[in-house]
Design a protein around this ligand. Sequence first.
Ligand code: ATP
Ligand code: MG
Length: 148
Amino acid sequence: VASAANYFRLEMAAVPENVGLARLAVATFAANLDFSVPEVEELKVAVSEAVSNAVIHAYPTEPGRVVVQCRAVAGGVLVEVADEGIGIEDLDEARKPSVSSDPERMGLGFVFMESFSDEFHVESAPGKGTRVRMLKRVAEAGRATGAS
Ligand SMILES: Nc1ncnc2c1ncn2[C@@H]1O[C@H](COP(=O)(O)OP(=O)(O)OP(=O)(O)O)[C@@H](O)[C@H]1O
Ligand SMILES: [Mg+2]
């Protein structure tokens, strides 16, 4: 069983080729906890959506960074994705399904993040940045019962 004090912090350029890196890092971390394969898949989607938002929306003019942090907590994992970009003016509106500042997009990123996590928080300040926090719990049914 993995150490309860385990964590990592990954600071990256907010560029598309790093989305896969973040997804793989979180999936590898979660796989060392007691998450089931479908739960890890859900985490991968949630992290991809959060990092993609930092890549696509946060830095319209100059390249910036995104920091992904992951921490093992009792019964699950805490994932935080933070950027220092333009932020979101109306967060309540942005979180609604099908709301996007880009007509080419689905506007479903926040919906996926929320539905694939057990606790979901977003903080955003215009001109300062956006921080998403997600807690994913290991489902009782999927948890290994024996010592390993
Ligand atoms: N990190 C961010 N920085 C700035 N704006 C953001 C950020 N994340 C989200 N937003 C704003 O919130 C809106 C909704 O985000 P959401 O991820 O739900 O949809 P989307 O990214 O537009 O579309 P999709 O995720 O389906 O491709 C975005 O269109 C964007 O305007
Ligand atoms: Mg999105």
